[in-house]
Design a binder for this molecule. Structure first.
Ligand code: CTP
Length: 366
């Protein structure tokens, strides 16, 4: 993770995930660097300035073709609990900067110049013992997204919540302040439930973390979601929505149109009483795959699997041109004929085009 050109500066520190990941011997997704002081005032000479955000004291510079974000050390205050904090002071000491962070294992600094690790909160010990510990008792009240972040980290690293942290989580979830920033909650849910893990989901329900999304009671279901996703929807961007969809009440999450369609498609399927394969096929064929899986999870797994495994690939081959060739004038009757052939083909998927044509002649001929 070393960025050579920054090495002369003794006030620059790697911080957060990148230090944690290196100590765990894991690859990090992004590199966070903090400057002990005001980065906007002092760091512009490090490279070509790409962007400056004075509100947060952050600066992006380009050094030998690589863009690096450098944050000023800062203190924050949560006047509006559950929402983004107010920046109080830009350019404080590291000891003050650390207090705005979520868990001790995310609060380690590593000097860019010397490689020395600075640990103000016992993060090294917690990393060794695989513990997630908040820095103070009001941490979840200030920022409830940390509860979902803890779930993500515990799955990713096999860490457990330290006892007092677990107690604070339970207390917060019993008495939630629903006036919070759901955009941030949603972002963490996408990352965490998007991991497609029944184990994560079990904790999400059993530890009542789902209460962040809805005050309604939800029980764990017997159907496992993970294998269904692995088999049918592995590349979906909306895996998280299958899990969170189980809660049904997502009114707080400001869903996009595509996300809402997944839920609406599911509701439509849920209302059907299917009498035969033809009805199943017609109902499912234009639905989003996530909606079909939600149907498997919340309604009838057998029907959804039957559609996905036996029916979905069946297509009739006969076209309007074929019907014209055998003497049918274009008319609304075509639809009736296609439906009839499809129903027959669902019973006998081996039907060839010739079989389909004979079927039409037999049943619709004069
Ligand atoms: N942070 C925090 N509270 C949050 C979000 C972030 O205290 N709600 C702090 C943590 O110190 C964290 C750092 O900001 O390590 C960077 O945040 P982010 O990139 O979201 O987390 P990472 O720990 O880098 O995790 P990931 O590996 O998923 O990027």
């Amino acid at each position: 993770m070393d960025i050579i050109n920054l090495k002369d500066n003794p006030k620059l520190y790697y911080v957060g995930g990148v230090v944690r990941d290196e100590l765990l011997g894991r690859e990090s997704l992004d590199v966070d660097i903090v400057y002990e002081g005001n980065a906007i005032e002092d760091c512009t000479s490090l490279g070509e300035v790409v962007r400056i955000n004075p509100d947060f004291g952050t600066i992006r510079v380009k050094i030998q073709g690589r863009e690096v974000d450098i944050a000023s050390t800062r203190t924050e205050r949560y006047d509006h609990k559950g929402h983004l904090p107010q920046v109080e002071k830009i350019g404080c000491s590291l000891k003050e900067d650390v207090l705005r962070r979520d868990f001790t294992v995310n609060s380690l600094y590593k000097s860019v110049a010397t490689g020395e690790i600075l640990d103000f909160t016992g993060g090294l010990e917690d990393l060794k013992n695989k513990k997630l510990r908040v820095l103070h008792d009001k941490s979840f009240v200030d920022d409830p997204t940390r509860i979902i972040r803890a779930l993500k980290f515990s799955h990713r690293f096999g860490f457990a919540l330290e006892e007092n942290t677990f107690r604070l989580q339970r207390e917060y979830l019993k008495n939630i302040n629903y006036d919070m920033c759901y955009k941030r909650i949603k972002k963490e849910l996408i990352e965490t439930l998007g991991l497609n893990s029944d184990e994560v989901f079990q904790k999400f329900i059993n530890e009542k973390i789902y209460k962040l999304v809805t005050p309604k009671d939800v029980k764990l279901l017997s159907v496992k979601i993970e294998p269904l996703v692995n088999k049918y929807a592995k590349i979906s961007e909306n895996i998280w929505l299958i899990y969170v969809g189980v809660l049904r009440d997502l009114s707080r999450l400001e869903l996009t149109r595509k996300e809402q369609k997944i839920l609406d498609d599911f509701s439509e399927l849920e209302d059907f009483e299917f009498r035969n394969d033809f009805e199943i096929y017609r109902a499912f064929e234009d639905k989003e795959i996530e909606s079909v899986i939600l149907y498997a999870v919340l309604k009838e797994e057998k029907i959804a699997r039957h559609y996905l495994e036996n029916l979905r690939e069946i297509k009739i081959e006969i076209t309007g041109k074929d019907l014209e060739n055998i003497g049918f004038k274009p008319s609304p009757k075509y639809k009736e004929i296609f439906d009839f052939v499809l129903a027959k083909k669902l019973e006998n998927p081996k039907m060839t085009l010739a079989d389909e044509i004979s079927c039409v002649k037999e049943n619709f001929g004069d």
